[in-house]
Design a protein around this ligand. Structure first.
Ligand code: FES
Ligand code: FES
Length: 161
């Protein structure tokens, strides 16, 4: 058995300190050790986007990142998207716009959409399509998801106006 390595990082605003195997993946640590099971594992090889998280504000696939690389980093998962007990406009828009069916892709979609809106508050439809292009949805046909992201952008902008 390989020696475990200590990793201290921030997850959804709280410090996490874990001893991890050198080859442990962030997705597994989030789900199995930190019980943040909203991050889904679909393909486990970087092609479906279900495991998307933000690392220091950047969209990343947690099934591809060794957990040891998280030392000192700040991670946001779907559980950290709501703030002050209030759903994020993205979460509300997905619920109200029927942008989620089986729900398997939803965490990753919302995290990918958050990465977009945090850097581009007024995206075009093409920007949204591009931003979620790494996320596979087998149920919705994508249109309700794209509409929900655009609706959330409008809401966020109305709120901050
Ligand atoms: S589980 Fe990570 S991309 Fe599919
Ligand atoms: S809602 Fe089922 S995979 Fe997207």
């Amino acid at each position: 058995m390989m020696a475990r390595v200590p990793v201290i990082f921030t997850v959804n605003g709280r410090e996490a300190a874990e001893f991890v195997e050198p080859d442990a993946l962030l997705a597994d640590i989030l789900r199995d050790k930190l019980e943040l099971t909203g991050t889904r594992i679909g393909c486990n090889q970087g092609t479906c986007g279900a495991c998307s998280v933000l690392v220091d504000g950047e969209l990343m696939l947690s099934c591809l990142i060794p957990a040891v690389r998280m030392e000192g980093k700040t991670v946001v998962t779907i559980e950290g998207v709501a703030s002050n007990g209030e759903l994020d406009p993205l979460q509300r828009a997905f619920a109200e716009g029927f942008a989620t069916q089986c729900g398997f892709c939803t965490s990753g979609m919302i995290v990918a959409a958050k990465a977009l809106l945090d850097s581009n508050p007024a995206p075009s439809r093409d920007d949204v399509v591009e931003a979620i292009s790494g996320n596979i949805c087998r149920c919705t046909g994508y249109e309700p998801i794209i509409d929900a992201v655009l609706a959330a952008a409008d809401r966020r902008n109305a709120k901050s106006a």
